[in-house]
Design a protein around this ligand. Sequence first.
Ligand SMILES: [Zn+2]
Length: 362
Amino acid sequence: MIPPYNAEEAAGMEYPTFFTAEAYAEVEPRTANQFALAFVTIHEFGHGYFYGILASNEFEEPMLDEGLNEYWNLRMMRDQGQLAYVASPLLARLGFAPGYPVFDAERTGTPRNDPADPPGQNAWHRLQDIGPVYSRTATLMRDLEARIGKAPMERAFREYYRRWKFRHPSIADLRETLAEVTGQRAVIEDVFARQVYAVARIDDRIKEVTSTEQLPLPGTRMVNGAWVDEKQVDVDRQVEATRKEWRRAHPHARDGTGPYPYRTEVTVRRYGAPVPQTLLVKFADGSAETARWDADERWHTFVWTKTARAVSAELDPQRQHYLDTSKLDDGRTLDPDPSASRRWGLEFAAVADYLFALLATL
Ligand SMILES: [Zn+2]
């Protein structure tokens, strides 16, 4: 149902067996109106399943309704290839119509730096109001899906629905169904304990990356049975000769490779709750190293000694952790490398802020 002229306040609401969408005079492709209409229509329809058929308690456990509904809302849009658009019809006609992945847009609207209310909290006892019930639940469910897999998540939700429709499930019922059906009880219980019944900031960063060529050092050493005192100037001469010879033998070698090994140290730093992390380090010869950082610790230094210099280090290359405060501090490059800045276009945060200011008025 579309609310009549002068009744916009009736828009975007769910009722038993019917719902209202939005009323726009113009709905042009790749505009904020198109995005909002698709979003609201799917959203209000979805409520029929969560507050309607499953019939959980919106007042005591709003995340089971608004939160899960928001997650499925965005999931459906993501899988259809629908992007979040911000432009007015005029701007779109002028060629300015940027679109962002819907979960990327959603994460910018949820408190990540200083979250105060567990998503599992009731609807009224909240410092940061009801918004995070939608956005933080959707984002944490997205992160859980990225961690345990799309298919297990779908199986678990199908079973949650089968088991609990018309029976008023609680958050604990959701947790048990997810744990049982996915077979990943430890992960589910950890996520629910830290991010559903409680709330914790997630903030992992690359703190420092160094990659240093390991050159011979001056000093006293044994050469042909005699002690030789090598000065820095001797070492420099030897290094230069070795490099020249190596260059001749490897005329097409890339910068950042050579006759001496490089020692690469990457220090990662944690300012929030622990999450399982992946660190990806790329090297000048095109090779890469991956390390798991699963320990519950505040920092760690990973060390590699290889024949090439490191060029970049990145945490969470698979983007499993959208709850992380900032994704911009997840990566670091050693050389100015334009391709590295593609990861989360720097302009994105600014435009996404604009998007959410706009959405808040809808
Ligand atoms: Zn809703």
